[in-house]
Design a protein around this ligand. Sequence first.
Ligand code: NDP
Length: 343
Amino acid sequence: MSVFVSGATGFIAQHIVNDLLQQNYKVIGTARSQEKVDKLIKQFGNNKNFSMEIVKDVADINAFDDVFKRRGSEIKYVLHTASPFHFNVTDAEKDLLIPAVNGTKGILSSIKKYAPKNVERFVVTSSFAAVSDLEDQSNSNVIYTEKDWCKLNWQTAQANAVAAYWGSKTFAEKAAWEFLEENKDSVSLKITAINPVYVFGPQLFDEDVTAKLNTSCEFINSLVHSTPETKVEKTCAGNFIDVRDVSKAHILAFQKEETIGKRLILSEGPFGMQDIVNTLNKDFPQLKGKIAPTYEETDVKLNKNFAKINNDETKKILGFKFRTFDETVDDTAKQILRVEKRL
Ligand code: NDP
């Protein structure tokens, strides 16, 4: 039986596919075009346990029908990672909200139609965006847990690009839980949601280190390429987690019984852009003097002006220690510098 990974070309999904193959699972991945399918198959060395299918656009509610009709009987676990993650929004509904929500509704409806009994577990890559509220982010009295939900509605989610992304993840995750409630008698699957904060870490393949990286790693990439004149915010930018831990959590999410019905907040702690700069200056002598300068007094160190996260329940369920800030920043930067022959 196989594990199905939607959006296998993504930054996080490539690590998941790699870890699954190392654990000897058969993996079926999806990508939007034949070109992307061919590239990934080649990058994974034509691994006999890895096959790929084209799913052109998850905004099409029937996008997953064809693949589940043909291969649904092979699939036991589904990891749904495909969803747009960017802030280049001209039309909030078209660019983010509809693809995210239809993607989740569509894949679940294809499972119901073509693999209702053999798909046992469904892991949806949601986000901490589905947990937190944008206006509370700088409220130091707020402590988020796995029980919290972003309060945006379809209308308020269209206020700007960030709200649209927050809304896209919130409504997509809600769609999964609602599907289960409405269809619990007609499908076998159990759901786990993965709610990561900003995900850093190396790209799985060096050849994917291009001038611009995926949205979250671009935070680090932009600072590796900053100048001494770059103006860096000293405040908290969010929380971080390493991609290798996110991958591990997706796999444990379908392997463990304790994850059933849970939302898992993946976060190791807060960070600010200045903290990234400080780590780069500390650990890479070749960058010192060439990038933005170090300031020790950041809001994160002073521990003020931002909401906190209590993800003790997630940590207890998963049972492994997350990578540190320095490790994830260093490994991301090391790969960029190696590819640019500056290491
Ligand atoms: P990537 O942009 O690298 O991956 C996104 C994946 O979704 C790609 O495979 C992409 O395909 C696919 N995709 C996007 N839009 C569509 C569409 N309309 N139709 C079909 N496929 C589509 O981002 P990440 O790996 O960072 O994100 C993966 C998941 O993790 C997303 O659900 C994201 O919301 C979530 N997440 C990410 C965080 C982060 O900090 N990185 C934090 C929290 C959650 P293609 O390669 O062709 O563009």
